[in-house]
Design a protein around this ligand. Structure first.
Ligand code: GAR
Length: 198
C-alpha cells in the first residue's frame, strides 16, 4: 500500500476522480490517506469528509514566512506517513523543503498541453481564457512531476481535447476536466504508486 496525500485549494473535482478511482479499484496500490487544503473554505474538504479521509488545513497566512509554511506542510505529510503527493488544483507554491523531501514523488495536473499556457500566473480558468484568446483548436491536460520550476517537471501523461466553436472558458474547462483530467490523474497516480512499491 502506498499512502497518498492529495493537496487541494478549491472545488476538488480531481480529488473526487481519485476517490472514485480508488473505490473502483483503479488506484492500484495507492490509498488516499490525507487531504491537505490551503483554504478552509474549499469544497474539496467536504468531499474528503464524505469519503472519510482525514483532512488538514494549512494556510499560508497563518505563518510568518514561506519557509515556516513549507515546513508545516512537510510535517503534516510526514505525520501521516505520506509517500506520494498529488497536487489536484493546489494553487499555493510549494517550497524547497517539500520538493526536496518528496523529490520525484510529487505530481501535478495542469489544464493545458505543457509547454503551452503554463508557468507563473496560469491556473484554473486563466489557462482556458488564454487558450481561447490565442485561438488554439486543440488543448488538453498534462500530469507532470513537480520540481522548482512552475509546471517545469518531467511530463508523465498528456491528453488532447478539441476546442469547439462558441466555447467559453467555463465550457472548455469542463470538457478538459471530463475528457482528460479526471482520467489522467488517477492513471498517473496508480502508475507512480506501482513504481514506489517496487
Ligand atoms: C483543475 O482544472 C486543475 O487542472 C487546475 O485547477 C483546477 C482545479 O479544479 N490546476 C491548475 O491550474 C494548476 N496550475 P478542481 O478543484 O475541481 O480539481
Amino acid at each position: 500500500m502506498v499512502k497518498v496525500a492529495v493537496l487541494v485549494s478549491g472545488g476538488g473535482t480531481n480529488l473526487q476522480a481519485l476517490i472514485d478511482a480508488q473505490a473502483a479499484g483503479k488506484l492500484g496500490t495507492g490509498k488516499i490517506s490525507l487531504v491537505l487544503s490551503s483554504s478552509a473554505k474549499a469544497y474539496a474538504l467536504t468531499r474528503a469528509e464524505n469519503a472519510k479521509i482525514p483532512s488538514v488545513v494549512v494556510r499560508r497566512r497563518d505563518f510568518e514566512s514561506a519557509q515556516e509554511y513549507d515546513h508545516a506542510i512537510v510535517t503534516a505529510l510526514q505525520e501521516h506517513g505520506i509517500q506520494l503527493v498529488v497536487l489536484a488544483g493546489f494553487l499555493s507554491i510549494l517550497g524547497t523543503e517539500v520538493i526536496d523531501a518528496y523529490r520525484d514523488r510529487i505530481i501535478n495536473i495542469h489544464p493545458s498541453l505543457i509547454p503551452s499556457f503554463c508557468g507563473d500566473g496560469f491556473y484554473g480558468l486563466k489557462v482556458h481564457e488564454a487558450a481561447l484568446a490565442y485561438g488554439v483548436k486543440v488543448t488538453g491536460a498534462t500530469v507532470h512531476l513537480v520540481n522548482e520550476i512552475t509546471d517545469g517537471g518531467s511530463i508523465l501523461l498528456q491528453k488532447a481535447v478539441a476546442v469547439q466553436e462558441g466555447d467559453t472558458p467555463e465550457t472548455l474547462q469542463r470538457r478538459v476536466m471530463e475528457q482528460a483530467e479526471w482520467e489522467l490523474l488517477p492513471r498517473a497516480t496508480a502508475m507512480l504508486c506501482e513504481q514506489i512499491e517496487q
